[in-house]
Write a protein that binds this ligand. Sequence first.
Ligand code: BT5
Length: 333
Amino acid sequence: MIYNSFNNPGLVKVLYFLKSHNTEYLSGQDLSDVLKISRVAVWKHIKKIKELGYKIETKQKLGYRLESDSEKLLPWEITEGLKTKFIGKQAYYFDSIDSTQNQALTMTFDKENNGAVIVAEKQTSGKGRSGRKWESPKGGIWLSVILHPKFDIEIATLFPLASALALSNSIEKTLKIKTELKWPNDITIQGKKVAGMLVDASLESNKIESLVLGVGINFNVDVKQIERTLKGTPNFYGVTSLSEHGKIGMPSNLVLSFLTELERIYFILSAGETKEIIREWTKKSSTVGKEIEIKTGKETIKGKAIEIDDDGALIISENNRNRRVIAGDIIHI
Ligand code: BT5
């Protein structure tokens, strides 16, 4: 099942009229008159809206009233609620897909898709970094964002960190839950992973052609189940879900806040103000200042994490010698 934000104008019209009049009952005839669509069309849309998880109360002689919203991240819930300049102006929803990242990568050729968001209720083949698996059952927020940035390649290396910062800020703002940033792209709560980021960049002669940002958030997932499947996988250090730490509400609230924050940070990066991002990231980092062990693929470095540099690389002091690492998996000792 696939829905996009622009192919269902009738349904969206009926739904948003119900949303804006949810304290009263509206008859099929009222809706038909106001929205200038046939009564049959009204009835069909109402049926579909219910199937999509919205609760509609129907009272004889009175009509329909929207009782509650759907918990699905339907595309109009994203596009209608945003006040961004370009991120999230188009959205696509899949009830099930192999990977939103794979889907987004097939759409980067069209520059019209700049800022488009692909969401899935579950992924059958979710991806982590370096070909790893990302567990993506129902209850999580799994999405990818397509971007065609104008900033330099050097700044692009900071982008995944900046995106993690954007998500951490929005979790704090909307849910009042404090998270830490674990270098490079992880978001943790009390040391356990609650979200991960993935960036696929396509470069053309020293210029960025496109960036696809993949975001996986354990919003309301069965932690025990995920941990059982993941034990022993690379970079596994425990899983948590936002639902374990407070009232989470509808996923759309968090997604709207994240996309807004992502655009703010994107514009800061585009203006070349990397220092601001590094400062904000460091404040929330659980890595900087810690004794760590880092596996780079080639070697294991042990030492104290000193700072991140302008490119988002981690500087580690190993036996009084500073080492610079651009990618790897960290264990906090
Ligand atoms: C990441 O990789 O953390 C990037 C995750 C990005 C997922 C999103 S979902 C939407 C979009 N579409 C996709 O197909 N992917 C993106 P990495 O740092 O390599 O971490 C991978 C490791 O995290 C795995 O080896 C597991 O140990 C662990 N892991 C897998 N699923 C997890 C989950 N749901 N929660 C916490 N940890 C998980």
